[in-house]
Write a protein that binds this ligand. Structure first.
Ligand SMILES: *Cc1c(COP(=O)(O)O)cnc(C)c1O
Length: 452
């Protein structure tokens, strides 16, 4: 089967895959079913999947499976392939670097691309102050290192995270993460000195930003004590927790309190970073300048890479040799990141995220106007979600959410759910998707909702 058609150019390039939804078998088709059967024999049951396919190619706004089904991608592999899958410049950079050298260990013999990525992070993250960065392999590892650095800098042990927060699946980041199932259940005991306080969830708490911040700050002061607190970590828009956009003024008040109390404010922008929200970083939307920012997902178009960027004096608190890892800032991943960051800056992707956002908002707002089961449409840029509720009580409706997602998946649209209550469908399309395909994906979801 020939997948690549040289005559086809996808928006932003990418492999020449026809930009269409085309379902030629039931999902999974026979070839995918065979591979998925092998998966269930060979791969640990804990590693689940939501789309019953085995992928052979992806680009623009589609993912193609082993049976030739072409699916609309509204998930970007969880906000990772924002520049598009197999973006030609990223693919070329990866190939060129792989042919030169694949690894030296940056802690043994350094190389330029790591420094390039660090410089780009220092330049692009909000805050007009001296910054430094360090690179790691995953979002969770970045979060762990941000906490390590904040503890070393402050000499204090405690860390505050928020209800509905998600920070990863390692031991410390499980402790920081709010939701038990599926992330934590049975996997404890968890790291100590992690405290969780309520954040801001306007649909469900009815508080203004300053009110929600005051609630959190009172708890922190009374139950933890500022003198014991190294860091506060929060996602500017909570991702796995349900694309929760805090009320105006909430984040600013928390940042101000941290600054007044010598507490390091860490923005976990692993999901929101790199143009996803219609700004290079979501912190810009809320007018905050975090002391530290963690990044991963969108940074390297799918290669494993993550960063911690922060005020130079804080970042330098860790002693030489105190930070690192065998693979952190791998040269192939750094080459991908340099090319991806170039695309974010020079291919109009911040603006494209805003355009995609306005299509998503217009379509979902109009669905909401005719269907009270959509309790709220929220988000920024190409990070938008619909929360499903019982119209009579406002209670979360996870069953409806699951039914809509399942129906869309069966018709070849990759959608993701999220939310503490499992009642949110989230939209994270690649910024390389075309308007037509995006609208078709939304048509499928609208029809699925109507039938559910
Ligand atoms: C995905 C995510 C993480 C964890 O990143 P991994 O690369 O999966 O370890 C951490 N924080 C946020 C906000 C995330 O969305």
């Amino acid at each position: 089967m020939t997948l690549i058609d040289e005559t086809i150019t996808t928006p932003l390039g990418g492999p020449g895959l026809p930009q269409v939804r085309r379902i030629v078998t039931a999902l999974p088709g026979p070839r995918s079913a065979e591979i998925l059967a092998r998966k269930s024999d060979a791969v640990a049951a804990g590693v689940a999947h939501s789309m019953p396919v085995s992928v052979v190619a992806a680009g623009g706004g589609v993912v193609v499976d082993a049976d030739g089904n072409s699916l609309i991608d509204l998930g970007s592999g969880i906000a990772v392939t924002s520049v598009g899958n197999a973006h030609p410049k990223v693919a070329a950079a990866i190939a060129a670097q792989a042919a030169q050298f694949t690894h030296t260990c940056f802690m043994v013999s350094p190389y330029e691309s790591y420094v390039d990525v660090a410089e780009a992070l220092n330049r692009l993250t909000p805050g007009d102050f001296a910054k430094k960065s360090a690179l790691f392999n995953s979002g969770a590892e970045a979060v762990e290192n941000a906490i390590k650095i904040a503890r070393k800098h402050t000499g204090r042990p405690a860390v505050v995270a928020f209800d509905h927060g998600y920070h990863g699946r390692t031991n410390l980041t499980m402790a920081l993460t709010a939701k038990a199932m599926p992330y934590k259940s049975g996997f404890g005991p968890f790291a100590p000195e992690v405290y969780r306080v309520p954040g801001s969830y306007p649909l469900r708490d009815g508080l203004t930003g300053p009110e929600a911040a005051a609630r959190a700050i009172t708890l922190i002061e009374k139950q933890i004590g500022a003198d014991n607190l190294a860091a506060v970590i929060i996602e500017p828009i909570q991702g796995e927790g349900g694309f929760i956009v805090p009320a105006d003024g909430f984040l600013g008040a928390i940042v101000d309190w941290c600054r007044a109390n010598g507490v390091v404010f860490i923005a976990d922008e692993v999901q929101t970073g790199f143009a996803r929200t219609g700004a290079m970083f979501a912190s810009e939307i809320f007018g905050i300048e975090p002391d530290m920012i963690t990044t991963a997902k969108g940074i390297a178009a799918g290669l494993p890479l993550a960063g911690v960027t922060g005020r130079a004096d804080i970042m330098d608190a860790a002693h030489p040799g105190g930070l690192g890892g065998t693979y952190g800032g791998n040269p192939v991943a750094c080459a991908a990141a340099v090319a991806a960051i170039d695309a974010f800056e020079n291919e109009g992707l911040v603006e494209r995220a805003q355009q995609i956002g306005s299509i998503l908002r217009t379509r979902l707002d109009s669905l909401k106007a005719s269907d009270p089961r959509i309790g709220e449409v929220r988000g920024h840029g190409a990070m938008v979600a619909a929360e499903f509720v019982d119209p009579a009580t406002g209670a979360p409706d996870a069953a409806l959410t699951g039914a809509v997602a399942k129906a869309a998946i069966a018709e070849g649209v990759i959608v993701l759910t999220c939310g503490t209550f499992g009642n949110v469908i989230r939209f994270l399309p690649p910024l390389s998707i075309g308007d037509e395909l995006l609208n078709e994906g939304l048509d499928v979801i609208a029809a699925a909702l109507k039938r559910s």
